[in-house]
Design a protein around this ligand. Structure first.
Ligand SMILES: NC(=O)c1ccc[n+]([C@@H]2O[C@H](COP(=O)([O-])OP(=O)(O)OC[C@H]3O[C@@H](n4cnc5c(N)ncnc54)[C@H](O)[C@@H]3O)[C@@H](O)[C@H]2O)c1
Length: 375
């Protein structure tokens, strides 16, 4: 046979839908894809959610005569492991589902949807799945894209895949029971988006962010903030779902945070690491006149007003530089660090130096511990 080129194109399509009262028997959202006659569903639910909704979930599937295997999964980064991946795969394998019309249902935070997403991506070489985010991090970020995975060999998300969900179902009522620390964790991704691409979102956060945090985003302005964040996030993700372009605005705050999260996994949440990175990057940007003093002050004041408690003592310039080197490798040899250019603007830097990182760390540590007036 002579050489032959094989080409195949595959369209990715999934819906991000808003709903309320997800487990009410009259709500069809969870069963709107896949078959419903003589049907089965493998459902993985975050234990923090199951605690509040176990009966409602069981009753929902029973009402619709769908045989459901409901598995409770403990959230938390420490559970995003190979062992948990294997345990879920075993549970799934003991409850055979059709390959094409009985989607797996993942209801939980980013850890759960990433892990179950990878189970779905790898089981029988890929079965459909639906994501229902129950944390703010999941709601505005982890659930709406197509990345799956788990931590491996001391590295975050080292094993994973791109596997699009069939549907993402948003019900913000889940946020009511989310602990405040995890609400703030998700807010960091909203701050990220506001600083790097959406000045009106930044204004909204200044005006209504604190109240929305206090009300777990159940208030009217909280809903506006959520909608605008998701719209902005999807605008960035959709044209680059498979990250062919490695210069991504949504990587703002995700360069130095990588090393921080890896070293301090036990007590630093993803968003908390991202926020430290955002503030360091803000200072590097000011040093290069990409942000004015006033813009820098607004970013710092916003984080203050939202009620974050920052621990800048963990900022070790050596670790941050190592993280930059690792991310440079991940981004194919160029730093490609997104930096704010004015609030709402972005440029990519490829020449961040160690001395800029050291100086940013010094200022941030002084700001958090001694002197709020230095910025
Ligand atoms: N795939 C992506 O594109 C993407 C994007 C951003 C973040 N992530 C990943 O997301 C993960 C972090 O996600 P997370 O912050 O949601 O953490 P998480 O999934 O660990 O959830 C946080 C905590 O909240 C609990 N919980 C979940 N929903 C609840 C609810 N409604 N009420 C009460 N408690 C609830 C969980 O049990 C857990 O203890 C990280 O591993 C990160 O890598 C992935």
């Amino acid at each position: 046979m002579s050489n032959r080129k094989v080409t195949y194109q595959h369209t990715i399509e999934y819906e991000v839908v808003n709903t309320s009262n997800l487990f009410h028997p009259s709500n069809w959202a969870l069963l709107s894809t896949g078959k419903i006659e003589d049907a089965r569903r493998f459902v993985v639910v975050d234990a923090g959610v199951e605690k509040h909704h176990a009966k409602a979930i069981r009753d929902y599937f029973a009402h619709h005569h769908v045989e459901a295997k409901i598995v409770a999964f403990p959230g938390g980064e420490e559970n995003k492991t190979l062992d948990h991946y294997l345990a879920l795969a075993r549970e799934l394998d003991s409850f055979p589902i059709h390959r094409r019309d009985e989607p797996i249902i993942a209801i939980g935070g980013g850890v759960l949807t990433d892990l179950v997403g990878f189970v779905a991506a790898s089981y029988r070489r890929g079965v459909p799945y639906i994501k229902v985010p129950t944390t703010l991090m999941g709601y505005v970020d982890a659930s709406i894209g197509i990345k799956t995975g788990f931590n491996f060999n001391g590295n975050k998300n080292r094993l994973g895949s791109f596997h699009a969900p069939q549907q993402v179902i948003l019900d913000k009522a889940f946020l009511k029971t989310l602990p405040r620390r995890h609400i703030l964790n998700g807010v960091c991704e909203i701050v990220k988006l506001a600083v790097i691409k959406d000045a009106p979102l930044f204004d909204l956060l200044e005006a209504h962010g604190a109240q929305s945090v206090n009300e777990h985003f159940q208030n009217e302005k909280g809903a506006v903030l959520l909608d605008r964040s998701i719209t902005g996030m999807l605008e960035e993700l959709e044209p680059n779902l498979f990250e062919e372009d490695l210069a991504r605005k949504v990587d703002f705050g995700h360069t130095f945070s990588y090393g921080l999260e890896t070293r301090h996994e036990a007590h630093l949440l993803h968003g908390e690491a991202v926020l430290l990175d955002i503030l360091l990057s803000t200072l590097v940007a000011r040093g290069r006149n990409l942000l004015t003093d006033n813009e820098t002050r607004r970013i710092f004041r916003l984080t203050d007003s939202l009620g974050f408690e920052l621990d800048a003592s963990i900022l070790d310039p050596g670790l941050l530089l190592a993280s930059l080197t690792e991310r440079t490798y991940h981004r194919n040899g160029l730093q490609r660090v997104p930096m704010p250019h004015g609030i709402g603007g972005c440029i990519f830097l490829n020449d961040i130096r160690a001395d800029e990182i050291e100086s940013a760390v010094e200022i941030l540590q002084e700001w958090t511990t001694i002197n709020h007036e230095i910025i």
